[in-house]
Design a protein around this ligand. Structure first.
Ligand code: ADP
Ligand code: GN1
Ligand code: MG
Length: 361
């Protein structure tokens, strides 16, 4: 298959033996370009994941790779001796020059990982068991990184979850209306403006800074095909200092509705309470030991806030002419915004029982 990039050329610079057999675009991420790459190694077919880092979005790819080197090495040390240790943490493949990435002639930065076999990701949740396992794995991820040695990780995208700044960017996009699309999104713009005041709640709550993942979408954790266990947390580009609640909030956003993020039938988009309960129990099974009472109290609110935040980011990108997230159809970012806002409403309607559940656990 002919790919957009010269993946075979990239492979020559990496410490991978054997014959390159082919590469295919892989996964459904919105930012980087991911390929599944197949090699023949002495008669065995072995897969790798190659990724081109989107350096328009990640302005400091070297700092980002330094973060990932430190995080994977730390997690690797903690997994030593466990069954299946090599599937529990991403393993970077070094380049032939000893770096953790390859910088190609076109200015692209590439990295490669061992392919985690017999596990997979899902774009939509299918059972409460999956929700429990995903949340447990993300909680464990935060727990294992709590003692990451200094220095502080670099901010790969500054103010990534600074919701008030995200809101200010939306307001600018509405004002500028560069793509002349504001007229197509009036109800969504009004919804966003009505919810402005919740943006600063978490920032004002004086919660502790931790090492967090910051992109805990359900498809960023691999579930073991046999046991269903959340075996490996992936997509480490945004691992940096943050609030534990950013991670829990994004789990609620992506793991409580039975739908994909771009579902067109909004009647199907809803916060399913049993999924929330499974997430909360799974997350607390690994994170309860280090969370403060204030963090625990804000768990339900974080789901609403992060869903709103990503919703306004999709809306902003729609208004800006689709310059950030990959889109695959007209109005794709607006469709994604609508599902997020529908989910915010659904969470709002269930605030009381969500809070009661957290108090009872
Ligand atoms: P993006 O930043 O574009 O979302 P990800 O790092 O999440 O990229 O990778 C995209 C998809 O590729 C994931 O959802 C997962 O299905 C698959 N994937 C990523 N890393 C691995 C790996 N090491 N082994 C197997 N599959 C992987
Ligand atoms: C992007 O890379 P991916 O697809 O896992 C985005 C997240 C959004 C998400 C919405 C670096 O994540 O912040 O929540 O899309 N990543 C970046 O689906 O902006
Ligand atoms: Mg991803």
């Amino acid at each position: 298959m002919k790919t957009k990039h010269d993946v075979r050329g990239v492979a020559r610079h990496l410490q991978i033996n054997g014959e390159f057999l082919g590469a295919e675009p892989y996964g459904s991420g919105h930012i980087n370009d991911t390929y599944c790459v197949l090699f023949d190694q002495g008669g065995n077919r072995v897969r790798y994941i190659f990724q081109r880092i989107n350096h328009n979005i990640f302005k400091n790819p070297l700092g980002l790779m330094e973060n990932i080197e430190r995080v994977t090495a730390h997690l690797g040390r903690k997994c030593t001796g466990q069954p299946d240790a090599s599937r529990r943490v991403l393993t970077l493949i070094p380049s032939r020059y000893g770096t953790s990435y390859h910088h190609d002639a076109e200015g692209n930065y590439w990295r490669a990982y061992l392919f985690i076999e017999k596990a997979r990701t899902y774009d939509a949740v299918e059972s409460t068991g999956q929700a429990f396992e995903a949340a447990k794995a993300f909680g464990q991820f935060q727990k294992l990184l709590a003692d990451l040695p200094a220095p502080r990780l670099q901010d790969t995208i500054p103010d990534f979850h600074h919701t008030p700044k995200r809101f200010a960017t939306l307001e600018q996009a509405i004002q500028a209306d560069v793509a002349n699309r504001a007229k197509l999104a009036q109800p969504e713009i009004e919804f966003a403006l009505r919810h402005k005041e919740m943006c600063s709640v978490l920032l004002n709550a004086r919660l502790p800074e931790r090492v967090t993942h910051n992109d805990t979408k359900f498809n960023n954790v691999m579930l073991d095909e046999t046991t269903g266990e959340g075996i490996c947390v992936i997509d480490l580009d945004t691992v940096m200092p943050g609030l534990a609640l950013y991670d829990f909030g994004d789990m609620v956003r992506t793991t409580t509705s039975p739908t994909k993020e771009d579902e067109l039938d909004l009647t199907k988009v809803k916060m399913q309470f049993p999924m929330f309960e499974a997430l909360a129990r799974g997350y607390l099974s690994s994170a309860a030991g280090f969370l403060t009472p204030a963090e625990k109290k804000f768990l339900p609110f974080s789901g609403k806030l992060i869903t709103f935040e990503i919703g306004i980011r999709f809306l902003t990108d729609f208004l800006a002419g689709d310059v950030y997230f990959k889109v695959h159809r007209d109005g794709h970012n607006l469709d994604r915004c609508r599902t997020q806002f529908k989910l915010v409403e659904s969470i709002e309607q269930q605030t009381e029982p969500m809070n009661q559940l957290i108090e009872s656990i």
